[in-house]
Design a protein around this ligand. Sequence first.
Ligand code: GLN
Length: 490
Amino acid sequence: MTQEIYYKSASELSSSLSRGELSSVELTKVIIERTEAVDDRVGAFNSFSAEDALAQADASDQRRSAGQALGPLDGIPIGIKDVLAVEGQPLTCSSKILENFISPYDATCIQKLKKRGAVLWGRLNMDEFAMGSSTENSARGATSNPWNLDCVPGGSSGGSAAAVAAGEAALALGSDTGGSIRQPASHCGIVGLKPTYGRVSRFGLAAFASSLDQVGPMGRSVEDVALLLQAISGHDEKDSTSYQEDCPDYSLAMEGLKNRKWKLGLPKEYFANIADATALEPVEKAIEFYRSLGCEIKEVSLPHTEYAVATYYIVATAEASSNLARYDGIRYTHRAEKFDDKDSVDIYCQSRAEGFGEEVKRRVILGTYVLSSGYYDAYYLKAQKTRTLIRQDFVNAYNEVDALLTPTSPSPAFKKGSKSEDPLSMYLSDIYTISANLAGIPGISLPCGYSDGLPIGLQILGQPFKEEELLAIAREFEDAHDYKNQHPNL
Ligand code: GLN
């Protein structure tokens, strides 16, 4: 077991800070040094400012010495996916079209982190506008998986997952529209949670597909993820879809739910066609573990699963085509140098042609097509109806069980370049995560073993606004295994 400070959990670091064994400046220096030592290989960061991070850390130390520490995250370095607005910092979404954009304000989740004294540490790489599953669709270049640098870290929050796995940040924020927190967490051997739609404010999150997007926490332990979830959750009047009710104290609620005899469902459709059996083995062992605790394990059916990927690629692209219309080369984005002065539409066309990458263009074209008047009923309307059926499948399943156990991804992290020429095979890597976004339910991925030296994730899907149950179920597994103390050799 490694003792390096950069691999300690945020909760351990938090105790060291409050006992005065470590200062936030010392900790932040360790993280900066670690990042400088490994990030030329990992490529998790789009940008960072050591000076700015140290100034935040210093402010935290001063608060603490005045007896005014702001809670468990005060002084802890947290990496931010480059899709969330932090006032005065670049916000690129890993796109050329936003290469020079500086955020004029803070996202609500960022404001909440600032109020809790967190050290906002760097901008993390991602697939452009969060479209992808490998962090290869990035204007900055691909991020590598810290467990095997030839492999992808997953996506789209691949920079967040890789940074946490490699000890370049204690925690990170990601966003999940179809699996972008859970799938990279699973490929990088860390814990990632997609909250229920509405649990975390989307204000200040660059929109991809507004009815699916959620911000969520990524960390090296379940406890850490609970701490970060606590900090960012809650109602926000700036997001009309944010949930009105207060959230519980997740760490306390998680303790209170310890040793429950859960009823856990195995959706049979999720276990039917797994191509890579070695990736399934650790998941099956995890299921046996819960059985051995006395949980009731039961097969359930989510019969509309086979339509999930198709439904998602209609709904998500439709919303994306509308959301991305704002990047027009006029207001704040990249503007083409050469365009036809007599034709203002040409500014849009040239700037967007130069500024967007291939995958983003593909989605905008698809989305525009499915929304066009002649095809709306055939595609968009039908997808909305199918979405309702997918949601109903979960409602029915939760009449029988408390939560569902599934693999997070059909395979371990794949080789870089192996799927980039085949968008459909890339889309299929989200087959187990996408339905949760369509249904709005929460999901967590946690490490449960390895296949060929690459981490495998167990996904637990829960009922709306019962994140504490997911955390409690995940914690039982984590406590009985040593995965949170295993780290890549970099
Ligand atoms: N991989 C999926 C996509 O490409 C999901 C992305 C996400 O969750 N942001 O759309």
